[in-house]
Design a protein around this ligand. Structure first.
Ligand SMILES: *[C@@H]1O[C@H](CO)[C@@H](O)[C@H](O)[C@H]1NC(C)=O
Length: 233
């Protein structure tokens, strides 16, 4: 005889428990309670994520609320009410990088509601990780021209200006240049002038470059970006 997969057994088990409506509702609450409610933040895109109850094969709807630390009132994240997915982009609601936030998630299924499950306190400034810039290289008669571009960041998009980024992070780019396998130099680059000419290179020299972003005020460094190589004329 074939043994049914455990996930198929659960709805049957639930049905059997549902003799009394109160008992049923309580069990269902436990079944659908979301797990590991946590902020994940990269480049100030602040995403709340959670996991479904590992024991349950049901697919509840989720409701998300948030608040600023110290405030009494929970607010609805209007874009994440009754959603089926397991994440909610709260970048808009958590856009002040200096603030501390909480979020919480409730699951609902067939009239039953799980308890609210709270995230840890979240501060975008301290917890966001930064991405390396993307890099484009070009070779000219004068040398190698480097173009860098920051990864998209909700924070940058909203506040709009380079100035505010510099102000909060004191963000710079750092470039590592290796020519013919010898580390040539490291250069720092202003985020607001993200172009650089490396001149005075010998002809037909192959140089490889990698860039990283550094948030100096936070003492935080991105991973190094992809390595790109180019040969001088
Ligand atoms: C949040 O949404 C629920 C359900 O729609 C509603 O009852 C409640 O009043 C809302 N809370 C706020 C603070 O708007």
């Amino acid at each position: 005889m074939e043994v049914p997969a455990p996930r198929l057994l659960l709805p049957a088990a639930l049905l059997m428990l549902c003799f009394s409506p109160i008992q049923c509702s309580k069990d269902l609450q436990g079944e659908i309670t979301p797990q590991e409610v946590k902020f994940h933040s990269r480049d100030y895109r602040n995403i709340l994520q959670w996991k479904p109850n590992a024991l349950s094969s049901s697919e509840p709807h989720y409701f998300i609320q948030y608040k600023i630390y110290g405030e009494k009132q929970w607010l609805n994240a209007t874009q994440c009410q009754g959603i089926r997915g397991l994440l909610c982009d709260l970048s808009e609601q958590t856009s002040d990088a200096r603030e501390y936030y909480y979020a919480r998630v409730q699951a609902a299924l067939g009239g039953a509601h799980s308890p609210w499950v709270l995230s840890a306190r979240f501060n975008p400034h301290w917890e966001t990780s930064i991405s390396p810039p993307t890099m484009k290289l070009e070779v000219t008669d004068e040398g190698i021209v480097i173009h860098l571009r920051a990864q998209n960041s909700a924070y940058m998009r909203r506040k709009g200006h380079c100035v505010s980024i510099r102000k909060w992070h004191r963000l710079i780019y750092r470039i590592y240049i290796t020519c013919d396998d010898v580390l040539q130099e490291e250069r720092s680059l202003d985020v607001c002038a993200p172009e650089l000419l490396i001149a005075d290179l010998r002809p037909r020299t192959t140089c490889c470059l990698q860039a990283e972003a550094r948030a100096q005020r936070l003492g935080r460094v991105s991973a190094k970006g992809n390595k790109f190589c180019i040969t001088t004329l």
